[in-house]
Design a binder for this molecule. Structure first.
Ligand SMILES: C[S@@+](CC[C@H](N)C(=O)[O-])C[C@H]1O[C@@H](n2cnc3c(N)ncnc32)[C@H](O)[C@@H]1O
Length: 324
């Protein structure tokens, strides 16, 4: 295993590690607080909705805590990585949320995991997965990653790109982190056609994304049963009814959640996913072809983009390798 060099993302100086954090020769310190290296000046940033969300729903989507295999199936279907070949490899995860995929990478591979999120969701991730001898956790932005370029054999970034302000720049930052011969896999909300934004989410987001998180959460929580019933009612009417559900301000229950969940678990997942629809500062679906084009523009080869089906769900995925 090669060691990852840490750098100060603000001045490019190499960082040394100390028991209480990282520091550079100018005396800048990035402290280790509650098991996480902190590279953000303040937790008050455009992702604080995610901090609120993942600290509230810390365990909801984590496979091993929910007796589901959704994250595991998605991780391996999308990456197609061979578990056995990852021992000693450096793997970077950007935008880890509560750590549902961190758990999969830790429990199903022997890679050294470097996991980053801009929000204080990292605290939820630490509660779920830390401390662990192969886990290194950072609160940092995709645009200011504290690692030397070309450090990672494997990089993945799931469900994050659409929530960043400059998606092309986000892709570039990820590609910068990939080592020669290494691989990057991303998934994101796709643009499916002109109708993509004809959806309750995009009609209401101008209001909901600026609301206080507590207020938005309370509205969703107190209307959850009604929203689930309305969704169920419309889906009785075949394809037309299913299309109509786009106009109900609730997540796509059949399109994103496992079948056969106990009622309370389903409700919890609906509240989480509905909050996740309405609260983010940015929600910018992308065309698969556009993301593929950026991969090629930034020097990746063997670039593949398309839809991957896992369980009965569909993900828009782009992946590629960095030339040796
Ligand atoms: C929808 S959540 C997905 C979390 C996790 N990957 C999952 O699938 O459960 C998006 C995550 O991206 C993070 N994020 C958004 N912008 C970011 C940035 N600039 N740098 C790092 N993480 C970011 C958010 O804080 C949030 O936790």
């Amino acid at each position: 295993m090669s060691l990852v060099t840490h750098v100060n993302p603000y001045n490019g100086l190499v960082l040394s590690s100390r028991f209480d954090g990282f520091y550079d020769e100018q005396g800048n310190v990035f402290p280790l607080v509650k098991g996480v290296y902190r590279f953000v000046k303040s937790s008050n940033n455009y992702t604080d909705n995610f901090g609120y969300q993942w600290n509230k729903f810390t365990e909801t989507q984590v496979d091993k805590l929910s007796q589901i295999t959704l994250s595991q199936n998605r991780f391996f279907a999308e990456t197609n990585w061979d578990k056995e070949n990852l021992e000693g490899k450096n793997m970077l995860e950007v935008g880890s949320g509560a750590g549902r995929f961190t758990q999969i990478a830790l429990d199903h591979t022997k890679a050294e995991i470097y996991s980053v999120d801009f929000s204080n969701a990292v605290d939820a991730n630490f509660r779920n997965n830390g401390p662990h001898k192969r886990l290194n956790l950072y609160q940092a932005s995709i645009y200011e990653l504290p690692f030397a370029k070309g450090s990672f054999d494997k990089v993945f970034c799931f469900g994050v790109l659409q929530h960043t302000p400059d998606v092309k720049r986000s892709v570039k930052s990820l590609i910068d982190m990939v080592a020669p011969g290494g691989e990057l896999v991303v998934d994101f909300y796709p643009v499916n056609g002109w109708w993509t934004k004809i959806h309750a989410k995009y009609l209401l987001r101008p209001f909901t994304r600026t609301m206080s998180h507590i207020k938005l959460y309370n509205i969703i929580e107190s209307n959850a049963d009604c929203l689930i019933n309305a969704y169920r009612f419309f889906t009785k009417f075949g394809k037309v009814g299913r299309t109509m559900t786009r106009l109900i301000p609730v997540c796509d229950i059949d399109g994103t959640l496992p079948k056969g969940l106990p009622k309370e678990k389903l409700r919890e997942m609906v509240v989480l996913d509905t909050f996740d629809m309405f609260s983010p500062a940015y929600d910018q679906p992308q065309k698969i072809e556009t993301v593929k084009k950026w991969f090629l523009e930034f020097g990746m080869e063997r670039v593949w983009g398309g839809t991957i089906v896992h369980d009965e769900f569909r993900s828009a995925v782009v992946k590629g390798k960095k030339p040796l």
